[in-house]
Design a binder for this molecule. Sequence first.
Ligand SMILES: CC(C)(COP(=O)(O)OP(=O)(O)OC[C@H]1O[C@@H](n2cnc3c(N)ncnc32)[C@H](O)[C@@H]1OP(=O)(O)O)[C@@H](O)C(=O)NCCC(=O)NCCS
Length: 263
Amino acid sequence: MPISDDIPAPALLNWETGSEVAPLTPGEVRAWIVELDAGLPPGADVDSTGPGSEMEILSDDERARALRFVRVRERRRFARCRAALRQILGALLDQPAESLRFKSAAVGKPELDQGPGVVAPIRFNVSHSAELGLIAVCLEREVGADIEKVRHINEAARIVGSFFTPAERAAFAGIPEIDRDVIFHRGWTRKEAVLKGIGSGIGGLSSKQETGFGTTPLAPRFTLATPDPRVDRWLLWEAAPRPGFLAALAVDAGDPPFRVAGA
Ligand SMILES: CC(C)(COP(=O)(O)OP(=O)(O)OC[C@H]1O[C@@H](n2cnc3c(N)ncnc32)[C@H](O)[C@@H]1OP(=O)(O)O)[C@@H](O)C(=O)NCCC(=O)NCCS
């Protein structure tokens, strides 16, 4: 059954400090890739260069969290990703980036804190892996994002065996060894995007959501997940935003229900 253009495919943009951020339209899902190792001073070493001016727009808690990373590279990556999130949300809300406050929903999903009893219309979700961050935003619909750098995960078969559905386990068992790293991460990003949309994260890993591994080649932009992008009330997109990276994005399409063309 085709899916209508009620919820158009999310745009996938490249974030740079100072990038223009157009207002969100209802139903629009937008995402940015943040290069966490780019733009270092000439001659600076990627592994030993800490965060710079981006620290200035973080909250005290965020700065403290950045400084808790033992590796300076991870400090910089965290600070840059959080600063980008603040700049994007600040531009969308027309508020200074440094003035934003965050809180966690009951299940731990970060959300904007706009004061007691106020539900922020802008929903967002963040993911980062190695040198890339992914920031997704949507108006009035929950969104979940995941990005992963494809690498060898020793525990892949165990993770699939423990946490994926019987059909997914059977499908993974049939994947040739040489393709397993890519296919595992593809399945993982799909599942994480939905679980992060729900807000449960890894704690929600169970056989409940059958997200599968994907059946068609991926593009650098988001395309609907194959063979069926619907997972319960979630609509799932996938992309290969950079060589060696996979990303997935889930949006709550259930309330109001997304329209199916011809229905
Ligand atoms: C936090 C969690 C939701 C995702 O962790 P992750 O995959 O390591 O990290 P990601 O980069 O995708 O996401 C981290 C971001 O998710 C957001 N987040 C945190 N808790 C969240 C929740 N309950 N729901 C949705 N989003 C959440 C935060 O913005 C966080 O960003 P921050 O670290 O800058 O604060 C975690 O519960 C989880 O599922 N971890 C599993 C990781 C794992 O085992 N991977 C192995 C297989 S590759």
